[in-house]
Design a binder for this molecule. Structure first.
Ligand code: CU
Length: 353
């Protein structure tokens, strides 16, 4: 009896963690939905299988942000109240496995790696809850089961339909079979996550269609603003379709972003010139900032104290968002503190006409 209580306490504890995650998502100042693309792009340079999948996620923020929010909301309710506990063990474990696989590269990056550590723990707790029969007391599952038993007792001639599988404790499947499904499903989810990051190739920019308009030039610079934040100037600007030659003069100090593969994508020839030298991959020992435009699959990296130049074939009009994904925040977590994600500093809008 005592161990059953302990299992339920563990279940509620896991529920509280998911409630906290849900709180982070819905707390307006965090701007979870608005910043989703930028956040996804920060995984691009550290993704196990390359930046293709994070770029794809960033390009479809509405679908993926709601997917994450809905699963998080379900897990928060299911574990905390003990409603569909067994289903939640499966969903939570598979979700963690996929997230772990996608973010696995961040383990090898410092700073960072803090978001990854909890996923194996969540999987382990889900396994313990499943094997321990969580939901059998102190839960809505227990209430549903009790009511169902009472209903059946009161209606002896009613069809003897079992409680839907996965809903409450007396399942048609043995707990050993359930556990096998759990382990197999978690491993498959891990494989799916790794597969997603490996299977999404970057769109090649080498065979881009010919430029539409005349070649134009855009000059940007990165300077340290009076408040100490590095800032792209201008941060909102207008360009024309066609071949655009962009120059970034980065006056910020150099920064070592260890572990960054930093592949250049989306430019003509897949290169950027750093102080005149064309490079496909930017060395990680000095990566102060980056210039990413998800809609153009563009990723270039800007060393401190250097001049970067690259050409882009822009064949579509509209408003395009650019972001810097290099951890240049000035707070405790450089991935999420200002000026990271602050419009006018490390993100802005390009109007293509
Ligand atoms: Cu930056």
């Amino acid at each position: 009896m005592r161990s059953r209580r302990m299992i339920e306490v563990l279940r509620i504890g896991l529920g509280v963690v998911w409630v906290a995650n849900l709180g982070f998502i819905v707390y307006p100042p965090n701007n979870f939905f608005g910043d989703f693309s930028a956040t996804a792009l920060t995984f691009a340079p550290v993704s196990f299988g390359g930046p293709g999948f994070p770029d794809y996620v960033a390009a479809h923020p509405l679908f993926f942000s709601w997917l994450v929010a809905l699963i998080t909301g379900y897990l928060a309710v299911a574990f905390t109240l003990g409603l569909t506990t067994k289903v939640a063990c499966f969903v939570g474990s598979f979700f963690s496995a996929v997230l772990f696989a996608i973010q696995i590269g961040t383990i090898f990056v410092a700073p960072g790696g803090t978001d990854v550590g909890e996923h194996p723990l969540f999987i382990l707790i889900s396994a313990v809850l499943l094997v321990g029969g969580a939901g059998s007391t102190l839960s809505l599952d227990a209430v549903v089961e009790k009511r169902w038993a009472e209903y059946r007792a009161a209606h002896p001639v009613a069809v003897r339909r079992p409680v839907p599988s996965g809903w409450t404790t007396p399942l048609t499947l043995s707990s050993r079979t359930l556990f096998v499904y759990f382990v197999a499903g978690t491993l498959v989810s891990l494989g799916v996550g790794i597969g997603l990051t490996v299977a999404f190739p970057l769109q090649s920019s080498s065979s881009a269609p010919p430029a539409i308009g005349p070649t134009t030039y855009e000059n940007l610079s990165v300077n340290v603003a009076p408040n100490g934040w590095p800032q792209y100037t201008p941060s909102n600007f207008t360009i024309h379709t066609g071949l655009v030659v962009i120059t970034i003069v980065d006056n910020d100090s150099s920064m070592n972003w260890s572990g960054c593969p930093c592949p250049v994508t989306g430019t003509v020839g897949g290169v950027e010139k750093i102080n005149g030298t064309p490079l496909h991959i930017v060395p990680s020992d000095n990566v102060a900032h980056s210039f990413n435009v998800p809609a153009l699959n563009l990723a270039v990296y800007s060393p401190g104290g250097a001049t970067v130049q690259f050409s882009v074939d822009v064949t579509r009009t509209g408003e395009l968002v650019w972001v810097c994904v290099v951890p240049c925040g000035t707070g405790a977590d450089p991935y999420s503190t200002p000026p990271m994600g602050v419009p006018g500093f490390m993100t802005g809008t390009i109007t293509v006409v």
